[in-house]
Design a protein around this ligand. Structure first.
Ligand SMILES: [Zn+2]
Length: 67
């Protein structure tokens, strides 16, 4: 219960929304910013894997990057 109460008082680290639904690296984020950050993180991880030859270059990871 204490954990639930404390998360409702948090604000999104990115946009300041009080509708915090997720914690990423200990920082609170709303659904929108959380999804955006996870997506960016995933693309970065995939790019690193591609650089190290862990995934095939056929996968066009770059096209998923934000402009
Ligand atoms: Zn947000």
């Amino acid at each position: 219960m204490i954990g639930y109460q404390s998360i409702t008082m948090l604000k999104c680290s990115a946009c300041g929304s009080v509708k915090v639904t997720v914690l990423i690296n200990g920082k609170p984020y709303c659904t929108y910013c959380g999804a955006k950050i996870l997506r960016t993180h995933l693309v970065r991880t995939l790019l690193n894997m591609k650089k190290e030859g862990l995934i095939t270059s056929i996968i066009d990871v770059e096209s998923y990057e934000d402009p």
